[in-house]
Structures are given as structure tokens and as C-alpha cells.
Design a protein around this ligand. Structure first.
Ligand code: 6R9
Length: 692
């Protein structure tokens, strides 16, 4: 058993004190007892008694089996899905130890299936075709739509048939650049139906970022729409795609087809710029295609999608997920972490452009046959009550969002929440960054009326699904802790030498065995996969996050320990922002660090050195920020530009970010040792320019 397991087994999850122990025992024994005591918040007995995992004991039972017998545990679960051919004798095979050869992870190899079939056809064939799959809510209140499972299946088939018509085959890449219209998950499912590999690019990325992704995965088709209104702003997506396609064509990657959905609520068809021969209106072709489409049966290890994410170096990484393991894992994590019941209405506020939208807007919920709310708009438009209006409108019972949204709504005041009933809510969820205890408490007490457990789910693009998460109903919660590992997951905390630390500790968060939802490679660069994730601490997958474990065995994520910043739950590499800044003709050098931000979690703080002789000016500041917006996207725009005559560097020329972080957060008496700097006087110059 793992350390974690021993930890929990010995019931040391409890702080000393007989009162508490008897309370937890009471909970385990199913007594009707609920209380909030100090930092432990117990699920109510009525919640626990109906929960899928109603007690720590039940969790322990399932967890220990998942660790002792992963093959048996996961094949039992996988058997609930449809497989055309069952997987081979080996349920999984793995090598996570770089010292023993190449990193390899495989689950259900030889199993032949299709995730779209399991998301849609399976439910329709079992008589659930009339159940609502999607409730769609537009940007403007009053604009909405819905699709049942049967209707969704027809839509997906029509698009799949169109894609086949234009030559998309199994294994071909398709880039999807769409806002949160239902057409976005429809496009994902159409690709998976025919074995094509989708790569969704968040529609907030700039033309340059999109072009970079197009050039990396070389899609035959790009799917987009002409424009979208988000909040009070109209964004002309087709113009961005046009620019990206021009750039990629100039670099030798020509895209045959740009399938464009006419979103007439935001922009007239006639005003859209058009390139005959390449551009085609979705509405002109897709609805004319048959609403039934044969499945392309694929191997469990055939690729399902690519999703680009930021790392600590400049070039985004194409995280590759395969079919079978991802399917089983997203479905199972969704079911248990949200205690899913067929009567639930589920809303996740994430955009499908991020991993959360892949695993927990599209695949996880649909695999469970859930009813999902898809929201196009901005959560504070037209006012701060919009989320709760939507919750009441669709009777949402599971609401999954990011701490940044919780904090921004918290600032607007309780009245916006309280004027809605929210009585349908049952379970809340949080993802994207650590949730600070005060935001947790507001979410719990005000939004959830102190009755809905919060699943603070820790995971990553790379992990495919939740790795550390509460199971509502099982454990007492601690505000701000992601609690315990999901079934089959063995997190370990290691020190800087890669040695596992036991008990109460803090260090680097790693995982020591594979789980079905793990990514299998970085597209086109397996070596980078191995060096980025498996070399720092040989024998383990390294997450890039810091973590501490308290005396009760609860996990507390402390944020990234690499050069990645987390802004409103969006991962941004400091190197990407720096390379955008230095592409500005007047910028000589840039160093970017994250600083604490009240709403966004972290803000982007950029130190910029200018080319000799260029004076500082407000205009230049704006132009630098615009450069970043254009190269990456608005979400990566620096919050602060700090003029820097020089940057603190070691004698070997390495920028000392530790010092920059302290200057950025004004912790000037904690600068530490600056004597190893090539020129220690730059520090004083920087401090002097702090408020320039
Ligand atoms: C799902 C997602 C991954 C990084 C991850 C960590 C942070 C995500 C978190 C959390 C603390 C949570 N993170 N969830 N930190 N508690 N519940 O966000 O994927 O965009 O790849 O970001 O986000 O730092 O390493 P991704």
C-alpha cells in the first residue's frame, strides 16, 4: 500500500481529540451527525446517505482495490462501456522510469471502441434518446436552445458525413476554433466519430497562436464561425482565422477547407470576408448531409485529440490523449467526484478550448448520459447575477467553476446571489488553481447555502481527468484542500532530490504509477515528453506543482514551481510572454513573473529593458501590451510593465527570477542573497523604478 493509504488506514486523518474521533466514527457508521468543527466540514447525513461513496470506509475499500489490482478495478469499470472487441490480455502496460527505457503508457490496448458511440448512440439505443443532452444559453438572456441525445446524434452525424466528404480520414487532424456554441462539442464528437483527431484552440487565442498550432498539426480542415458576442463585445473570429491561414500558407501549410458557422446573432453573413474555394458556410452544407453516419471503430490507443498547452519554454506543447483510457477515466471521475445521478442537470463554466471543457463539458458528462448546460456568454453579463439566473432557469444541480469566478462574484456582493433561489444546487466544484479558504467559504456558505459539498478537483491538461479530488459524501472537507487521490492514483510528495517524503510535509507533487486518463506523448516530440515530465524525478511523473500534506493526510496544492503562471485558471508560460515582448522592435529584453492578484489568482508582471536610447512612455507601455495581445491573446496581456534599465543576472547570464518575484510583490526586505549577481546595482535601479 502507498504511504497515503497507510496514512488513512491508521485513521490518522483525524487531529487528536476524542470528540472529533467519535464524530468521524459516527459518520463512518452512518449515524445522523453533521457539524462544522474548526477546519473540518462534514457532509450532511442526508447527502452522504444517498451518495455513491457514502463514507471514508467505502472510499478506502475502493481505493485499496484500485491500487492493489488496477487491472481488475479498471476492467470492471471499462466493461460498462461498449467495445466492439474487448482489449487484450494485458489491461495496461507502463514504464514511467526513464532509467529503464522510453516512457510508455497503454491502457486497454487491442480494445476496439469509439468514444462518440459511447457518448451518444449507446444512450439513444438504450431508450434515452429523448433526454436533454444540451441546454444552450446564449450571451443575451432569453436566447437559448436545446438538443436531446437523439437530436445531438443526428447533428454530429451530419457534420461527420460532411467531414468524410471533404476527405477527412481516421488519424487526420482537424482544428476547431469556435466559441461556446453547441457546434463546438458537436464538432469534437463528429471528429471522434470518424477517428479524426481534433485540436480545439480556445477562441481567445490570437491569429499568431492559431497559426503556430496549424503549422504544428497541419489540419486539412479548420472549423470556425464568423463572429461571436461575448458580454457587450463582438469578436470577429473569422478575421483572426483568415490571418492565421494566410500566415500558415506562407509557411507552407495550406488548409483546404475553412468551414464557417454563420453566427448571425453576432454578424451578418454578407459582411463576412470570404475566400472562394476555401471558405464554406456550415449552414450551406452540413444540414444537407444524412443524419446517420457509420462509426469508425478505433483501437483504445488510437489518438483522440491534441490540446496545446503552455510549458516553461516558448513553444506550446501538443498534449496527446488516446481513446480508451481517456474515455473510462473521464467518465468515472465525473461520476464519482460530482456524485452524479441521472436526474442531475450539470453546468461547467469552462470553455471547450481548455482541457476542462474537453473532459467535463463534453466527454465525461455525455459518457454518463448527463444533461449539460453550455453557456456562450460571460458570467457577469449583463450583471453579476447571471450565473444564478441560469442555475434557476435550468434547475442546475451540479455547478463546476473556477476560483477566479468565485472571487470576482464575491466582490460584487451577496445580494446578486441571494435574489435567486439556487435550491436545485446539490454539488459545487472548483478547478484551475488553488481555491483560497475565504473564497471557498463564500462559495460554500453563500452560493451553496452551506448545504452543497465542494469538489476541489486538482488535475491538468496532461492528466486528462481528476487526480486529487474530494468525493462529496465521503470525507469531511477542509476549505482549500483538494483532499485525497482519486481511485487508482498514487500521488507522492518528493524533496528536491526526488526522495519521497512521508507524513506531514511539503515538496514537489509527483505520481508514481499510470492511470487510464494520462497523456501518452507530446505530439511529434516524445523526447520533450520524457524530459519535461519524467526526468526531473526519475521514476515519477512530475506535475510541476508544489504540494503539502497535513497531519491528517489532506493534500494542499500550492501552485506551480516552474516558469508557468496561472492567470484566472489559464496556464501561461513566462517564456511565451517574454518572447512576445521581445518581438517588439523597441524591447531589448524582458523577464516575466507571476504576482498575487486578488481576482485572477496570479497577474502577469513584466520587467522590460528597452533598446538603447528609447525613452519610457505610456504609449510604449500600451504598445508592448498590444503586442502580447496580438501574439498570444488578450488573456495573456501583462497587468504591469516595470521599466528595467537592466535585469538581475548571475555571472553566467541567467536571470534571477527569485529576485524579480520579490520586487514585483514588494517584498523588498526578502530579496535574499544578491551577491552572486553579475551587477548587484541593477536591483537598486529596479526598486527605484518600481512605481514609474
Ligand atoms: C484542469 C486544469 C493545470 C494547473 C495545475 C495546477 C493548477 C488546476 C487545481 C490547480 C490547485 C486545483 N490547478 N486545478 N491547483 N487546485 N483544484 O486547470 O488544467 O490548464 O492544464 O492547468 O492548474 O497548477 O498544474 P491546466
Amino acid at each position: 500500500t502507498s504511504d497515503h493509504l497507510r496514512h488513512v488506514d491508521s485513521m490518522s486523518i483525524l487531529p487528536s481529540g476524542a470528540g472529533r474521533i467519535s464524530k468521524l466514527n459516527a459518520l463512518i457508521l452512518g449515524d445522523s451527525l453533521a457539524s462544522e468543527e474548526d477546519d473540518l466540514i462534514f457532509p450532511s447525513p442526508s447527502f452522504s446517505s444517498q451518495a455513491l461513496v457514502p463514507s471514508p470506509q467505502k472510499y478506502m475499500e475502493m481505493y485499496s482495490r484500485s491500487i492493489k489490482d488496477p487491472a481488475g478495478f479498471w476492467s470492471d469499470i471499462a466493461s460498462d462501456f461498449y467495445w466492439k472487441t474487448r482489449w487484450g490480455p494485458q489491461v495496461y502496460s507502463e514504464n514511467l522510469d526513464i532509467r529503464k527505457g522510453n516512457i510508455k503508457i497503454e491502457w486497454f490496448k487491442g480494445g476496439i471502441t469509439n468514444i462518440c458511440y459511447n457518448c451518444l448512440d449507446r444512450h439513444v439505443e438504450s431508450g434515452n434518446g429523448d433526454k436533454v443532452a444540451f441546454f444552450w444559453e446564449g450571451n443575451e438572456p432569453g436566447f437559448d436552445a436545446m438538443l436531446t441525445y437523439s437530436q445531438l446524434l443526428s447533428r454530429v452525424c451530419q457534420l461527420a458525413n460532411y467531414l468524410k466528404d471533404v476527405g477527412i480520414c481516421k488519424g487526420d487532424a482537424v482544428i476547431i476554433y469556435l466559441p461556446m456554441l453547441m457546434e463546438l462539442p458537436i464538432a469534437m464528437l463528429a471528429c471522434s466519430r470518424i477517428g479524426a483527431v481534433h485540436s480545439v484552440v480556445f477562441a481567445g487565442f490570437s491569429a499568431e497562436s492559431l497559426a503556430q498550432r496549424i503549422m504544428d498539426c497541419k489540419p486539412k480542415v479548420v472549423i470556425t464561425c464568423n463572429a461571436v458576442q461575448r458580454g457587450s463585445k463582438i469578436i470577429y473570429l473569422k478575421d483572426i482565422v483568415d490571418a492565421a491561414l494566410t500566415e500558415s500558407a506562407e509557411n507552407g501549410v495550406a488548409v483546404d477547407v475553412c468551414l464557417t458557422y454563420a453566427n448571425e446573432l453576432a454578424m451578418k453573413k454578407e459582411s463576412t470576408k470570404w475566400k472562394e474555394g476555401r471558405d464554406i458556410w456550415w449552414q450551406d452544407v452540413v444540414p444537407n448531409h444524412p443524419s446517420a453516419c457509420d462509426i469508425e471503430w478505433v483501437d483504445a490507443e488510437d489518438p483522440l485529440f491534441l490540446l496545446y498547452t503552455s510549458g516553461s519554454t516558448g513553444k506550446p506543447k501538443g498534449v496527446l490523449h488516446t481513446t480508451g483510457g481517456y474515455m473510462v477515466y473521464t467518465a468515472t471521475t465525473f461520476k464519482y467526484a460530482f456524485d452524479y445521478k441521472p436526474s442531475d442537470v450539470y453546468w461547467c463554466t469552462a470553455d471547450c478550448g481548455w482541457i476542462t471543457g474537453h473532459s467535463y463539458v463534453t466527454y465525461g458528462p455525455l459518457l454518463n448520459g448527463a444533461t449539460v448546460v453550455v453557456f456562450e456568454g460571460a458570467p457577469n453579463y449583463p450583471n453579476a447575477g447571471r450565473c444564478w439566473e441560469i442555475v434557476d432557469k435550468f434547475k442546475v444541480s451540479i455547478f463546476y467553476t473556477a476560483p477566479t469566478l468565485v472571487r470576482s462574484l464575491m466582490r460584487e456582493g451577496d445580494q446578486h446571489v441571494k435574489r435567486y433561489s439556487r435550491k436545485s444546487l446539490r454539488v459545487l466544484g472548483s478547478v484551475g488553481e488553488p481555491i483560497n479558504p475565504s473564497a471557498w467559504r463564500w462559495f460554500f456558505n453563500v452560493v451553496g447555502d452551506s448545504r452543497c459539498p465542494i469538489s476541489d478537483t486538482w488535475w491538468q491538461t496532461e492528466t486528462g481527468g481528476f487526480l486529487i479530488t474530494p468525493l462529496p459524501g465521503a470525507w469531511p472537507q477542509k476549505p482549500g484542500s483538494a483532499t485525497f487521490p482519486f481511485f487508482g492514483v498514487q500521488p507522492v510528495i518528493v524533496d528536491e532530490k526526488g526522495v519521497e517524503i512521508e507524513g506531514e510535509c511539503s515538496g514537489y507533487l509527483c505520481v508514481k504509477a499510470s492511470w487510464p486518463g494520462a497523456f501518452r506523448t507530446l505530439y511529434g516530440d516524445h523526447e520533450r515528453y520524457e524530459t519535461t515530465y519524467f526526468s526531473a524525478f526519475p521514476g515519477y511523473y512530475f506535475s510541476g506543482d508544489g504540494c503539502s500534506r497535513d497531519k491528517d493526510g489532506y493534500h494542499w496544492l500550492t501552485g506551480r514551481v516552474d516558469d508557468v503562471i496561472n492567470v484566472s485558471g489559464h496556464r501561461i508560460g513566462t517564456a511565451e510572454v517574454e518572447s512576445a515582448l521581445v518581438s517588439h522592435p523597441q524591447c531589448a529584453e524582458a523577464a516575466v513573473v507571476g504576482v498575487e492578484h486578488e481576482v485572477k489568482g496570479q497577474g502577469i508582471y513584466a520587467f522590460v529593458s528597452l533598446v538603447e536610447g528609447v525613452p519610457y512612455s505610456e504609449e510604449l507601455r500600451k504598445s508592448l501590451i498590444t503586442t502580447v495581445r496580438n501574439q498570444i491573446g488578450a488573456f495573456a496581456a501583462p497587468d504591469k510593465i516595470h521599466w528595467a534599465p537592466g535585469l538581475p543576472k548571475t555571472r553566467s547570464g541567467k536571470i534571477m527570477r527569485r529576485i524579480l518575484r520579490k520586487i514585483a510583490s514588494r517584498q523588498l526586505n526578502e530579496l535574499g542573497d544578491t551577491s552572486t549577481l553579475a551587477d548587484p546595482s541593477v536591483v537598486d535601479q529596479l526598486i527605484a523604478l518600481s512605481d514609474a
